[in-house]
Design a protein around this ligand. Structure first.
Ligand code: LLP
Length: 425
């Protein structure tokens, strides 16, 4: 029996053959709260945050958690209490930040399709910055701010045309992507923004992609951003802050992204060398703060041997864990209880949803029998926040473990709740 932490997840470990998140055995939590069940480690979130805080020690920096990664109120509360701001992409996300006790002044609003209603909501709440993604959006935001009798604080999101070397669906800073203003148009767009009376230019922003596992794309993006900052400021427009976005990857399957503090040591050296060391910095990390803080516990329903493939059918599915179906993403799958005597089956781990794309792991060696539990690892980011009710499946419950304490962050949805807003004629 091993007593070891799992790769990339220092707060998930086996103790006497049982899988724990911090001080709590997952088997007991699964029996008590049923499955599928998401369990998060608060210590893991705070440790991930601490790596950025170490990187920024002594600097003027604001960490805005990109809450699209996991927008459950209790998760937001952890980051709000730790002093984080939030990167939002909708009015719904803003409402969640406020409900969780977040500070509106530390909110930045990204996204290519902000509606007028969302702009009004954000102006009334007093958010810190709109990251504007097009020239057309500048005009609309200007008009909405004038109508409200205020000036909207803005950054322009630059598309630096840097290849983040990640999955095409999650690269955002390449020319063909819908995000941001083209690098070559940036200066002209700032000059235009400076003439609009409803806007107040406060910064510059970029975000190049997600699950980035190398430093080079960040270093390139920083070079390109600093060239732009110099050019924009030479034209008489001052930028209070530089926002380098999020995107740092995590270890899903032996991935080796740079540590946040090591990456920022390199990036800060660049800033210092170019005389921007005192500038306020913003970042928008999502996955790297929560991804490896969560697991999804699922029960094995059936083992189904086949001629070409064996299947391990579990009670979690693509509606709970959409990343494999959407991005062919890999999540490690391990048993909650180690049974050295169980036979190991080479199989696809699949859910009950009626789609061939409903798989969670392919060609895995699984050592578990029906009625036993598995944990799908690295499930803290982009799982619950992307979950759906497809096949009329209620969303799973979510728990936060803090040492030995367990907090229910979200109760399992009820089936009646799924159709509560529907009407019969
Ligand atoms: N800022 C902006 C403007 C973004 O678009 C994103 C993510 C982030 C920050 C946070 O990026 P992170 O640090 O989490 O990589 N659903 C996909 C990931 C989509 C990311 C979209 N943008 C997945 O499950 O891999």
């Amino acid at each position: 029996m091993s007593a070891a932490t799992l790769p990339g997840q220092p707060f998930v470990h086996y103790h006497e053959g049982q899988l724990y998140v911090e001080g709590r055995a997952l088997q007991q939590l699964a029996q008590r709260h049923a499955t599928p069940l998401f369990v998060y480690s608060q210590a893991a979130m705070l440790a991930a945050l601490a790596a950025y805080q170490r990187g920024f020690a002594g600097r003027d920096a604001q960490i805005c958690y990109a809450m699209k990664a996991n927008s459950t109120l209790g998760v937001l509360q952890v980051f709000a209490r730790a002093g984080c701001g939030f990167d939002i992409v909708s009015g719904g996300e803003l409402a969640r930040v406020l409900a969780a006790g977040g500070d509106a002044a530390k909110v930045i609003f990204s996204g290519v399709g902000k509606t007028r209603a969302e702009m009004r909501q954000a102006l009334d709440a007093g958010i810190g910055c709109f990251n504007v993604e097009s020239e057309a959006e500048l005009d609309v935001l200007n008009a909405v701010a004038l109508e409200r009798g205020c000036r909207a604080p803005i950054s322009i999101r630059v598309n630096p045309n840097v290849d983040p070397k990640t999955h095409p669906y999650i690269s955002t800073g390449l020319k063909g992507n819908k995000f941001g203003v083209a690098h070559e148009r940036t200066l002209a767009t700032y000059q235009r923004a400076a003439l609009l009376p409803g806007l107040r230019i406060v910064g510059i922003d970029c975000h190049i992609g997600s699950q980035i596992t190398e430093s080079a794309p960040y270093l390139d993006a920083m070079d390109r951003m600093l060239e732009l900052v110099a050019a924009i400021e030479a034209g008489g427009i001052h930028l209070e802050h530089i926002d380098l976005g999020g995107g740092l990857g995590i270890d899903y399957n032996g991935d080796t992204p740079p540590a946040a503090d090591a990456l920022w040591a390199q990036l800060l050296a660049k800033l210092d060398a170019r005389g921007f060391g005192q500038r306020k910095l913003m970042i928008e990390p999502g996955r790297s703060l929560v991804g490896n803080a969560g697991v999804c516990v699922t029960e094995v329903l059936y083992l189904k041997p086949g001629e070409q493939k064996n299947f391990c059918i579990v009670d979690a599915a693509m509606n709970d864990l959409p990343r494999p179906a959407m991005y062919q993403a890999f999540h490690r799958i391990v048993p909650l209880q180690e049974h050295a005597d169980h036979p190991s089956l080479l199989c696809d781990v699949v859910g009950p949803v009626c789609e061939s794309g409903d798989w969670i792991g392919r060609d895995r060696q699984i050592q578990a029998q029906a009625g036993e539990y598995l944990a799908v690892l690295s499930a803290g980011a982009y799982c619950v926040s992307m979950s759906s009710n497809y096949n009329s499946r209620p969303r799973a419950a979510e728990l936060l473990v803090d040492g030995e304490a367990v907090h229910v962050l979200r109760e399992r949805e009820s089936v009646a709740g799924l159709f509560a807003g529907e009407q019969l004629r």
